[in-house]
Design a protein around this ligand. Structure first.
Ligand SMILES: [Zn+2]
Length: 341
């Protein structure tokens, strides 16, 4: 009883008017329990921060059917000390990390932007705005993101607006990070500002939704992305309920896995849970694969023939002379195998 009460107060949006308060928000599933359920399915994770993840993650993601992903530019966990660290980070998103991902058989895309948290350092934010146009037109950049609000300050709003204009000019979709505090207000405000700037809502992906925000996001014509958080907030059991209630149109699931406690396999696990709950494979594939392609594909940067039959990865390839192989290791010349001897 006590636990439930606690959980409800942490998640005030959790089915407030339903009688399902005993339903857990999340269920962890082991590979041997779900591998059969997702056999043959392909997944696209439209929000994951791979620079923070290990090679084990890449291998597990590939094994679970993740064929492509989008890595949004965000913050690194501590304030950057200058413009150079932004440059190096942006360069890695279109350079080394994309190469690294390809070596594990996963097609890598990214979104470019100044994250809301660092928009509050205005002198640095000004400099970042000057270099952003150098990166958003690079190959593999499928949007401007993740941008939006964190603490909902005037500086955040200023740089959010400037980047919406940048996206319009570059003809790129926008990936909006909605705040974790005061979410409903921040989400409404983000959408109102996007509309004010004349953005077509079908070019805007509103991320980190929950039961409290989803209806308004869909009603206004935006894409509604959901991050599966293993321990708090939006768990996979709650995601199943959202899809049962709203169907698959304009809804997509992501892991937002980063340097914090998070799960890079959130999508395949959620797909398996949907399957267990009787949701059709067609619906599952829309929310875990196709919708992300349709939304971010507006950038003109996504060619599904690159990955739908599995990415051809050249393990002998190097990036600026660097390889993922360590001394003495030999790549196995089999595109279905990622094992290295
Ligand atoms: Zn993120």
């Amino acid at each position: 009883m006590c636990l439930n009460h606690n959980e409800t107060s942490l998640n005030p949006s959790h089915f407030e008017d339903s009688d399902e308060t005993n339903v857990p928000a999340h269920r962890d599933i082991e590979w041997n329990e779900y591998s059969e359920l997702i056999k043959g399915m392909r997944f696209f994770d439209p929000h994951i921060h791979m620079v923070s993840r290990t090679t084990d993650d890449y291998q597990a993601m590939y094994q679970a059917g993740i064929v492509a992903l989008i890595e949004p530019a965000f913050w690194v966990g501590q304030p950057r000390t200058g413009l150079s660290s932004f440059k190096d980070y942006y360069s890695s998103l279109v350079g080394w990390e994309r190469f690294r991902s390809s070596q594990f058989g996963i097609k890598h895309y990214c979104t470019m932007g100044l994250n809301s948290r660092e928009a509050n350092n205005e002198p640095l934010a000004e400099q970042v705005m000057e270099i952003l146009p150098l990166y958003i037109y690079k190959e593999g950049v499928v949007g401007v993101g993740e941008i939006g609000f964190d603490d909902q300050t005037p500086a955040e709003e200023k740089y959010f607006r400037l980047q919406l204009e940048l996206a319009k000019k570059a003809n790129l979709p926008v990936q909006i990070h909605t705040p974790h505090r005061d979410k409903k207000k921040g989400t409404e405000r983000s959408m109102a500002i996007a509309l004010e700037h004349g953005l077509d809502p079908s070019w805007v992906i509103v991320d980190h939704n929950n039961e409290e925000t989803v209806k308004s996001v869909l009603d206004q014509g935006f894409w509604a992305a959901f991050t599966i958080y293993p321990f708090t907030k939006m768990g996979n059991e709650r995601m199943v309920k959202v899809v049962e209630q709203y169907g698959p149109e304009r809804i997509m699931v992501n892991s937002a896995a980063d340097w914090g406690i998070s799960d890079p396999l959130a999508i395949p696990k959620t797909a398996a849970l949907m399957k267990m709950r009787g949701i059709s494979t067609e619906t599952i594939q829309k929310v875990t694969y196709q919708n992300a392609i349709d939304a971010f594909g507006k950038s003109g940067q996504i060619d599904v023939s690159d990955f739908e039959q599995g990415l051809e990865s050249d393990h002998a390839a190097k990036f600026h002379g660097n390889s993922i192989l360590r001394g003495g290791q030999q790549p196995i010349a089999n595109k279905n195998s990622l094992l290295i001897q």
